[in-house]
Design a protein around this ligand. Structure first.
Ligand SMILES: [Zn+2]
Length: 196
């Protein structure tokens, strides 16, 4: 089955992914951690959560790569003839084609995707749009709060002065300096109010 757990910036989705990955590994399941190549936080192969948990990705997936071929390569390297339970972090960065591929793979496998639903303009990422279309199990990772205390649902790009940015490239990695991402409630995202 294809699972998609989405959450806003500041929710615990990477931590939840890492805990589920760990729990399966502890049960003796064959697991694989995948990370799309676009995210350069820390380093390209570490899955990192704000809560401090981290793990090394088994596969860093590039946009032109087949998920199936990469899993076959991993299984061959591990001397196995089966496919693992798959955990994908930052799944919004998958291409539409990759999501269509894993939807078919998930007929015979458990594939868990975690990521953002929408970008800083409130639009779907191609990967999350495809996951919303095709995943059989969709759930929201709770925990993201706006500064006002309300549930955060909108990913917001802000500059170093806290101004809400509304235009720019869809993908711009958080470098903690020129830009940052925070979660806001819909009201304060709409108002462009990133703090009290
Ligand atoms: Zn708010």
């Amino acid at each position: 089955m294809l699972h998609f757990s989405y959450g806003v910036m500041g929710s615990s989705k990477s931590a939840m992914l890492l805990m589920q990955h760990y729990n399966h590994a502890r049960l003796g399941h064959y697991v694989a951690l995948i990370k799309p190549s676009i995210d350069t936080r820390i380093d390209s192969s570490t899955v990192y959560s704000r809560a401090g948990l981290h793990a090394q990705a088994d596969i860093v997936l590039y946009p032109d790569q087949s998920v199936y071929e990469q899993l076959m390569w991993l299984s061959a390297r591990n001397g196995r003839n089966d496919l693992p339970y798959v955990f994908i972090d930052e799944a919004q960065f998958l291409t539409e084609k990759q999501v269509e591929e894993i939807a078919d793979l998930a007929l015979n496998e458990e594939i868990y995707c975690f990521g953002l639903k929408t970008d800083f303009m409130g639009n779907f990422f191609p990967g999350s749009a495809a996951l919303m279309r095709l995943a059989e199990d969709i759930s929201e990772v709770p925990g993201g709060l706006c500064w006002c205390g309300a549930k955060a649902t909108m990913n917001t790009r802000i500059d170093s002065a806290g101004n809400v940015l509304r235009t720019g490239d869809q993908i711009l990695i958080d470098n903690q300096q020129e830009i940052r991402y925070i979660g806001l409630c819909y009201r304060h995202w709409k108002m462009g109010k990133s703090h009290v």
